[in-house]
Ligand binder design. Structure first.
Ligand code: SF4
Length: 389
């Protein structure tokens, strides 16, 4: 039976797959043992790709609305319809009349990463929305403000770290995000097998929390308070050690001042975590030969998500774990330019313009997805009249 090597597009772990092909159908999917990254790992979602392929509801070709009903069409017809209808809209209402929405899988494939920028550039619309504003924009903002590049997102060095502190993530179920790691669960188990420690901060006793050495059941939405108290404790007990980072880091004294009031006792009730536990978390982080703090969706989609995400990397910096083996590393993308070298530049800015209806600030040229519906529905100049997704 013919086989084809492909990358699973269903999450950012991008596992290598060996697909079995019968005619034009995918009839089997297994992990590709030769894949240098995933080494044969596959999760149930990837294994179900043949069922997705065979799903009768799957879109197999273009549909064009005719007489009020979506009808099958050829690609030529579909492209002709798009060209015939979008151009007059742009000519009459300007480029912002076309909105673009990019979903998650765009960052799971090379084509998805390479071509949307060309389309966005050609349409010249500023009405751009992506999945980033659903779950991860706080990380982009904190990375932009900390490192000058919103895509310079440090990821935990899972395979070498001695101590991993996870907040608001459940990689045993989700396989993680903003941290491309096929078999994330296996890597966490390997961490524990080699004597490392895993601490999970999560209101729920998730599968990842059950695997951990320590589960801290924090009150939902209190991550930033807990993290501020950890930073406070590092300063209070003289546990900071920036190592070689010290030469490059500015503002440490300002951070010390900013968290002065965030004593563990002051936040314990709001976090529903006792002060002794908070101090132990800080001491363990500082004492580990290498450590990484990793905060994800649960720590982003809360009121103080940007602050929490910033504090995650403040902890990585203050313990000397940023950009070192076993700590939190800056990955290099296969398709995007490498992070800018240190030195004067344009820096990072946000809020250079605002959404039309509710005045949400842009970040990375994007408006928040929460504004999309009102930008379509609210009449007036700049209204979105066509959507590409
Ligand atoms: S973890 Fe599962 S869904 Fe994600 S890329 Fe691998 S096989 Fe696909």
């Amino acid at each position: 039976m013919p086989t084809a090597l492909r990358i699973c597009p269903l999450c950012e772990a991008t596992c290598g797959l060996t697909l079995t092909i019968e005619g034009s159908r995918v009839t089997g999917a297994r992990g590709d043992r030769e894949d240098v990254f995933s080494q044969g790992f596959i999760c149930p979602k990837g294994a179900a790709l043949p069922e997705v392929d065979a799903d009768p509801d799957r879109l197999r070709g273009p549909l064009v609305r005719k007489d009020g009903r979506l009808q099958e069409a050829t690609w030529e017809e579909a492209f002709d319809t798009i060209a015939a209808r979008i151009r007059p809209l742009i000519e009459e209402y300007g480029p912002d009349a076309v909105g673009i929405v990019l979903g998650n899988p765009n960052v799971h494939t090379m084509a998805g990463a390479l071509y949307p920028p060309l389309l966005i550039g050609a349409l010249r619309t500023r009405n751009l929305f992506t999945a980033s504003t659903i779950d991860q924009m706080p990380k982009h903002v904190s990375s932009g403000l900390l490192f000058g590049d919103p895509f310079a997102i440090p990821v935990p060095d899972l395979d070498r770290t001695d101590h991993l502190l996870i907040l608001g993530a459940n990689p045993l179920d989700s396989n993680g995000s903003l941290c491309t790691a096929p078999d994330f669960p296996g890597r966490l188990k390997a961490l524990r097998r080699r004597g490392g420690t895993l601490t999970v901060v999560d209101p729920r006793r998730t599968r990842t929390a059950r695997l951990a050495d320590r589960h801290v059941a924090i009150r939902p939405g209190a991550d930033a308070l807990l993290l501020a108290a950890l930073v406070h404790t590092l300063f209070e007990e003289d546990l900071t050690d920036l190592g070689p980072l010290a030469a490059q880091v500015e503002g440490v004294e300002e951070v010390r001042e900013a968290v002065r009031d965030f004593r563990p006792e002051a936040v314990a009730e709001a976090c529903d975590v006792d002060a002794d536990t908070i101090r132990v978390l800080a001491r363990e982080l500082a004492a580990a030969p290498t450590a990484a703090v990793y905060g994800r969706m649960g720590s982003s989609t809360v009121a103080h998500g940007t602050l929490g995400n910033w504090l995650v990397d403040v902890l990585n910096i203050l313990t000397g774990n940023l950009d070192r083996a076993g700590g939190a590393l800056f990955p290099l993308s296969a398709t995007a330019p490498a992070p800018r070298p240190a030195g004067p530049g344009r820096g990072f800015a946000l809020g250079r313009r605002h959404s039309r209806v509710s005045h949400h600030p842009e970040v990375k040229g994007e408006l928040p997805m929460v504004a999309l519906a009102e930008e379509i529905e609210t009449p007036g100049e700049g209204r979105i009249r066509a959507l590409v997704t």
